[in-house]
Design a protein around this ligand. Structure first.
Ligand code: SF4
Length: 406
């Protein structure tokens, strides 16, 4: 069986036949995962230094030289690399006294941080499949972002204690600002809120739990939902980016709700992490430094918002980007700040960031051309082997060689 690295579910039941580089048969891949496998034949980058095509060795040597000479390097990306590559990346950050940050800094970092510090309870997706009878998808659209979440783990499957599945044993609610494809699946239990209305909704939910009348338009629907939530044997909350952005800096509201529910029942939180190994990077950096992201090794270990990609892009004098495309995915101000410094990029794909980079090192696609391990969105470690031979080195190999040359 192969493992799909198309999202943080890391589905490990994939069957795929490949003839040369052409996919001839697949089983269990969703449409998103199929796109990941098909990217094998996409336009791959070529090794480049200062706009000229080179060999990989020369590109690696030039990257090492630039990192050696940088005064304030920023190492960013990491959520699409294996644990083994991430470990090398953290070592490289230490050796070059760099700032290191990953994509969690601008998405689900706050929630992952609370889980790793055990400020809010979490569980595995297998626990949800077996025992999770009451679910809340919040500010997310799993049907689009993690297409097999509902079928493998959360809503549709039969579980050890939930033999009748979603027809009788499970209830799921969706809280979101728009009627997404998931809202169509959970039509009767879709709670639509205005953008940024999550904290107000939590206040209304807490009011019902305190026996008060909630300040919402449809009081009856709110009281009915809370009655269902209170009766859970085991509940799970799946926060998506919508909730993460809406409660930024106020995540104590989510904790207050979970704590209050858990006075009488048991709810766990599993964030809908996007990239396949963001959770892995957060755990590794936490184990080494006590922080999940935004760390500087310039003078021992320091942490703070000034070391997030948002602020560090303004103050760094070089950026190494690993498996990420910040120039096209981050807001224009950050992209512009990054584009003003020399960029070294490791990526299996051609992106706007590779196009703007002074040094480009093409790498193998993990899960397809490179093996290793990663942490699923619930923290479970999944290992994988390559299924095709690659002409490109893995992130781990490139980082090992840079470390040797530094
Ligand atoms: S749900 Fe995610 S990991 Fe599973 S097959 Fe689809 S893209 Fe791949």
């Amino acid at each position: 069986m192969a493992v799909c690295t198309g999202c943080s579910l890391l589905c490990n039941d994939i069957e795929v036949s490949i003839d040369g580089r052409r996919i001839t048969r697949t089983k269990n891949l969703c449409r998103k995962g199929f796109g990941r496998y098909r990217s094998l034949t996409s336009d791959r980058p070529v090794p480049r230094v200062d706009g000229k095509q080179t060999g990989i060795d020369e590109a690696i040597s030039r990257a090492a030289e630039m990192l050696r000479n940088a005064r304030r390097p920023l190492l960013f990306g990491w959520s699409c690399s294996t644990l083994e590559a991430q470990r090398k990346g953290i070592e490289l950050a230490r050796r070059t006294r760099a700032i290191i940050d990953d994509t969690s800094s601008i998405c689900q970092g706050e929630i992952v941080d609370m889980i790793i510090r055990r400020d809010i309870p979490s569980c595995t997706l297998d626990d949800v499949r077996n025992y999770g009878d009451t679910l809340i998808f919040w500010g997310c659209d799993p049907s689009s972002s993690h297409p097999r979440h509902m079928s493998r783990f959360s809503y549709f499957p039969r579980g050890e204690k939930l033999q009748r599945g979603h027809e009788e044993d499970r209830t799921a609610f969706l809280i979101d600002i728009r009627a997404s494809p998931t809202a169509k699946i959970l039509a009767g239990n879709f709670v639509q809120i205005p953008p940024g209305g999550d904290a107000d909704l939590i206040d209304a939910m807490l009011a019902v739990l305190d026996g008060k009348i909630p300040k919402v338009r449809d009081k009856k629907a709110m009281i009915s939902m809370m009655n269902t939530l209170k009766k859970a044997d085991m509940g799970a909350i799946f926060p998506g980016l919508g909730l993460a952005y809406s409660l930024r800096g106020r995540m104590d509201r989510l904790k207050a709700l979970v704590d209050r529910l858990n006075e009488t029942t048991r709810y766990n939180v599993i964030p809908m992490v996007g990239h396949y190994n963001m959770r892995g990077f957060n755990q590794l950096l936490f184990d080494e430094t006590g922080f999940i992201n935004r760390v500087s090794f310039a003078d021992g270990v320091d942490h703070g918002p000034m070391y997030s990609v948002v602020e560090a892009s303004e103050s760094c004098d070089l950026a190494m980007i690993v498996g990420s495309d910040p120039i096209s995915s981050l807001p224009a101000g950050i992209a512009k700040a990054l584009a003003r410094v020399p960029l070294i990029t490791l990526d299996p794909h051609r992106t706007l960031t590779t196009e703007l980079s002074r040094v480009v090192i093409p790498t193998a696609l993990s899960g397809i051309e490179a093996g290793g391990s990663a942490l699923r969105m619930d923290g479970v470690r999944i290992e994988f082997d390559p299924i095709v031979k690659s002409e490109y080195p893995s992130d781990e190999e490139v980082l090992t060689r840079i470390l040797e040359e530094i």
